[in-house]
Design a protein around this ligand. Sequence first.
Ligand code: AMP
Ligand code: MG
Length: 322
Amino acid sequence: MKKRLLILFCCLFLTGCAAVSPLAEKETVALDTVVKIALYDSDDTALVEGCLEQIRQLEQQLSRTVEGSDIQRLNTALGQPVTVSQDTAELLSTALHYSQLTAGAFDVTVAPVVDVWDFKSGNAAPPSQERITAALQTVGYSGLTVTGDKAQLAQPNAAVDLGGIAKGYVADRCAAYLREQGVGSALIDLGGNIYALGSRDGKDWRVGIRDPEQEGALAAVVMVQDCSVVTSGTYERGFDHDGVRYHHILDPATGRPVQNGLASVTVVSENSAQGDALATACFVLGPENGLALAESLPGVEALFIAEDGTLTATSGLHYETK
Ligand code: AMP
Ligand code: MG
């Protein structure tokens, strides 16, 4: 698992940074992935540790699998209201916002269907249609309410999954922490969910976008400053069965992995929670509707890579093909 994650991490590694090396950096495993923090205008390792501490604390609240986390308690409350932290309430509200904005292409209550597919188990066969249909009965973001510090699911068997947005939220919090501490140039990489803080010695950061078909190769490089770059791709998690790729980005309308000819969607935006939710949503919405959504939102750019290798970008994206 760890080795696979490391390979993924390398694939999304930043290119073109040879001239400038980080002054402080650390790589570790958190959020079920490889996390790397690199500072370019400070050698204060305590700030890197501070950042990692923020990540660990947020993970304790937001993870579905951590016993006693806000989300674990919400998912097992059988429809009763649950008191959650300010961070959790904020992220749940944001997730609800993007669920509504995308009419459920991104659906924060997709958890029961995610569980049926159980991609983390290493199983390599799709579940029966009966199980998918049963799980879909409890999916629907309108069943989640967040009021102040209370969150509640309308159905006892419903559950939320923040896997499509949490890394973005955590990246935003890391960026805010580092800025507060006076850092003006840093890279926060949460398993390929990247926040490029400030600039690279006054120039753009160059963030490599993985070729979805070829591990270790890049399909494009995006040029950004003070921006988040988030990619949702079929290669991240899934299995092949009878010549079909079953991956972890699920269509909440069908309960099945999305099959619309896309291999990955990258979203560039100032806010990483937004970018994370939109990368997942635009993937589900597909090459036309997803592109239209990204184009309609101010401050949002996106790159769509199709299974046949075709690249399509929003009008304002600064990128080079490889
Ligand atoms: P990402 O890599 O950001 O696209 O997120 C994928 C993860 O989000 C999956 O592993 C699931 O945990 C969850 N997920 C899958 N499909 C959806 C969806 N349509 N809406 C919200 N979350 C999803
Ligand atoms: Mg996402």
